[in-house]
Design a protein around this ligand. Structure first.
Ligand SMILES: Cc1ncc(C[n+]2csc(CCOP(=O)(O)OP(=O)(O)O)c2C)c(N)n1
Ligand code: SF4
Ligand SMILES: [Mg+2]
Length: 353
């Protein structure tokens, strides 16, 4: 680390590669948000890595002037875990799609989350397989007509936020491609010292245009966005027609019409450390009357030790213990010291059958 670290700009994080997304793709806005946010975080290109799987979204690392791996389908969390463990100083971001992260890679994503590996995992959700020309994905809506579901999808969709909560993730947030607040969500994810899952709603104008229109539309979408803030009442809606959320007697959410200046006394207050509340907020669109509404921001955050820190602490302790124990002992038959892995592997039989 130099005493006066250089100040980087968006341009420093922009690669010279030709961007190959379709015109109007939501991925452009996410890329721009990331390139703008990294300098604000004090990130440096040589300490930053983007790791992706396969999909349109997974082309992301090419366009970042950082280190990067465009890996194999669904395996980005596994590569990222290995990299973070072997070089903990690196700032590791994972970019995955709804197909990459929740179909073939669902298993890998689950384990990175439950282990709380110190990674920022961005799941670009366009509710479709974009790269392979529009087949339905695990987040596609029931009845979605696509080349692989010509009569309509029969499977119930995965909710990525609920998937992450169920996997034991300690940081779960949601944003959308063209949102002005996306940099803030990315910043919060970066500040978290563990696996931070951010679902980013992303429009695919070619194969699933307008999938999130009700919440992202520039004119009317704002009224259907509930941006949560820790310690603040859960309020959303258009000016003059504000609504709030409270718990009903069966522990479900219900809407309270507020209008102007109504009492917010019995409204729920967002507690980002409460996973049950996060679960409810993640599925607002399942509540009758809220089909068009979604919650955004940091839905859940609860500190826990990062897996990579714990692995390093465990190894350091083991090495120290072994060194202390063996320093007074003679080396084993062929000279292997207990904390010398190479020597140990070459010392002969390691067990007897
Ligand atoms: C092992 C394997 N199976 C299937 C594919 C084909 N394939 C490539 S990308 C993809 C899905 C991409 O969808 P998503 O992750 O949602 O990314 P998007 O293109 O929508 O950004 C599939 C099925 C592949 N490349 N490798
Ligand atoms: S197919 Fe869809 S997701 Fe892929 S680049 Fe084109 S617009 Fe974007
Ligand atoms: Mg997709």
């Amino acid at each position: 680390m130099t005493e006066n670290p250089p100040t980087f700009t968006r341009k420093d994080f922009t690669s010279d590669q030709e961007v190959r997304w379709c015109p109007g793709c939501g991925d452009y806005a996410i890329l721009a948000a990331m390139q703008r946010t990294l300098p604000q975080l004090g990130a440096t290109p040589d300490q930053t890595v983007f790791i992706s799987g396969i999909g349109c979204s997974s082309r992301f690392p090419y366009y970042m002037n950082t280190y990067g791996f465009h890996t194999i389908h669904g395996r980005a969390p596994a590569f990222a875990t290995g990299l973070k463990l072997s070089n903990p100083d690196l700032d590791v971001w994972v970019v995955t799609g709804d197909g990459d992260g929740l179909s073939i890679g669902g298993n890998h994503l689950l384990h990175a989350l439950r282990r709380n590996v110190n990674l920022q995992i961005l799941l670009f959700n366009n509710r479709i397989y974009g790269l392979t020309k529009g087949q339905y994905s695990p987040t596609s809506k029931l009845g979605q007509v696509s080349p692989s579901t010509p009569l309509g999808a029969l499977d119930r969709p995965v909710n990525p936020v609920r998937f992450a909560l169920g996997a034991g993730a300690r940081f779960v947030a949601r944003g959308y491609d063209v949102s002005k607040k996306l940099p803030e969500v990315l910043t919060q994810a970066h500040a978290f010292g563990g696996a931070a899952l951010v679902e980013i709603l992303q429009n695919c104008p070619v194969f699933n245009d307008g999938a999130f229109e009700s919440v992202t539309d520039r004119k009317v979408g704002g009224a259907h966005q509930l941006w949560v803030e820790h310690g603040k009442p859960l309020i959303f809606g258009a000016e003059g027609a504000k609504k709030g959320l409270r718990l009903n007697r069966s522990m479900g959410l219900e809407v309270v019409e507020l209008g102007d200046g109504d009492d917010t006394g019995d409204l729920l207050v967002h507690d980002e450390t409460n996973p049950n509340l996060a679960w409810l907020l993640a599925g607002l669109e399942d509540i009758p009357g809220l089909e068009q509404t979604m919650a955004f921001g940091v839905l859940f955050r609860s500190d826990a030790p990062a897996y990579d820190d714990e692995v390093h602490a465990q190894v350091d302790n083991a090495v120290k213990r072994a060194s202390a124990k063996k320093s007074s002992e003679k080396a084993s038959a062929n000279g292997a010291k207990s904390n010398d892995l190479n020597a140990m592997l070459r010392q002969g039989h390691t067990w007897t059958v």
